[in-house]
Design a protein around this ligand. Sequence first.
Ligand code: NAD
Length: 252
Amino acid sequence: MSNSLDGKVALVTGGGGGIGRETAKVLVDHGARVVVADLSEDAGNGTLEYIDGGDAVAFVRADVTDLASMQHLVQAAVDRYGRLDIAHNNAGIELTGPDLADVTVEQFDKVIAVNLTGVFISMKAEIPQMLAQGGGSIINTASSLGQSAIAHQSAYVTSKHGVIGLTRAAAVEYSDKGIRVNAVLPGVIQTPMIDALEETYPGFKDALLTKHPIGRLGTPHDIAEMVAWLGSDAAAFATGSQFAVDGGYLAI
Ligand code: NAD
């Protein structure tokens, strides 16, 4: 089975950010046509500039917390490229700081709304199109914090554990209909999200380094190649699973 993405059409949510931007590029490099989706128009357009992929890439502003917006995104992909084979549901936010008892209900709900309900909404919008065309591959971005926990991240940790459950539930329902559903679990990846945390908590990055036996933080490219493989026919028997790309984070 080939790991080429020739002829395939993909969408990437959070496609303006660190991991999503690189994933969109790698998908194009492997032969896919890609719709980059993000809440931020500037970030999305930045990705188009970064990829420089001509007609093979387009940006559509979309909000993963809004079903109508996600349905519009899927329709835009179909209108432009004819189908939807790969969906990388990757948009996410983090909340670091307060211990659990000091997290407000609003703060907790907001993280869940984007990171977990956003993945549910994304799949709800994508699956009908994939069923109509006979299949597809969905890759949800969870985290090593979907299988472990650190302090001060209760909402985030909860959301990412939820993404793994949702991924498994969707795989059980749709794998025999040609839709494979998997989760990618990045370790700590050098992205703007991590830079923002380092600004708030100087020394954060060095502390996290000790949790990666491989001796470095990840790059967006490390994750993008896994997403490209999961999206390809080479991964034809992979569904309902969690693929850690984490420099050994979960091995400790
Ligand atoms: P990032 O902040 O660089 O990018 C996230 C993107 O999501 C941004 O462009 C943002 O505009 C977009 N976004 C936020 N809310 C949105 C919404 N409601 N609708 C659509 N787009 C929205 O972050 P990143 O590091 O690239 O993270 C991408 C994913 O990887 C997230 O789900 C994150 O939780 C996960 N992750 C990141 C790391 C890491 O170390 N960076 C580790 C594990 C998992």
